[in-house]
Design a protein around this ligand. Structure first.
Ligand SMILES: [Zn+2]
Length: 211
């Protein structure tokens, strides 16, 4: 799958690269984002380390803020995974509490006495700092939800099958408790190793990004 993966990587080079703090007005309302991480290279350029999108209309900007800014791991699986790897790397027993989903009031009430909320806040700040300092991204517009999800899936599959895309020895994801992250070299656990782009479908992506 390296040929199609190479095409995707080269396409991303043509797009504007954003890093924190980013100017929202340069980001479309609907689309797909592709993340890169310091120290990670493939295809003679920065390596794609995550691909994502959004389901609701006009949610691309809020989605990116949930990853880069909003200190709530339960609203961003990406933040949750960065936190898992940071905690695991430090052999921090707080990992077991970081795993808990505190979205519902019931969950918050159940665990409130067990969780050191000040410490959790500190980890959230560490996660934000790590993400803001180490990740950059590009975006491209895709209006329809169906198309976004389809393209996202295909990019993830294509990159996961690529034998040229390998993480560095120092990659933070190597400390992830999630085997799929270590195996794929991606901050992803879903849509890996499914149907990749082929010679025809990749042309459509080229056209979409070039237009
Ligand atoms: Zn590749």
């Amino acid at each position: 799958m390296s040929k199609e993966c190479n095409i995707i990587h080269k396409l991303t080079e043509k797009l504007e690269r954003h890093s924190f703090p980013f100017d929202e007005s340069n980001i479309p309302l609907n689309g797909i984002y592709i993340l890169f991480q310091k120290g990670e290279n493939a295809h003679n350029q920065d390596r794609i380390v995550r691909v994502g999108t959004h389901t609701g209309d006009n949610q691309l900007r809020p989605r990116l803020k949930q990853h880069f800014l909003n200190e709530n791991k339960d609203r961003s699986i990406f933040r949750k995974n960065i936190g898992r790897a940071l905690l695991n790397k430090n052999k921090d027993p707080f990992l077991q509490f970081w795993e808990l989903d505190l979205t519902t009031r019931k969950a918050r009430e159940t665990y409130s006495t067990q969780i050191d909320s000040q410490y959790q806040k500190k980890i959230e700040i560490d996660v934000s700092k790590y993400i803001q300092e180490n990740f950059s991204f590009c975006v491209f517009e895709v209006q329809s939800k169906e198309e976004r999800l389809e393209i996202e899936k295909k990019i993830i599959s294509t990159v996961s099958w690529c034998f040229e895309c390998k993480q560095s020895a120092d990659w933070l994801g190597n400390y992830s408790p999630k085997k799929k992250i270590i195996k794929s070299g991606l901050w992803l656990v879903n849509e890996l190793y499914k149907t990749p782009f082929d010679v025809i479908s990749i042309k459509k992506l080229e056209k979409l990004i070039a237009d």
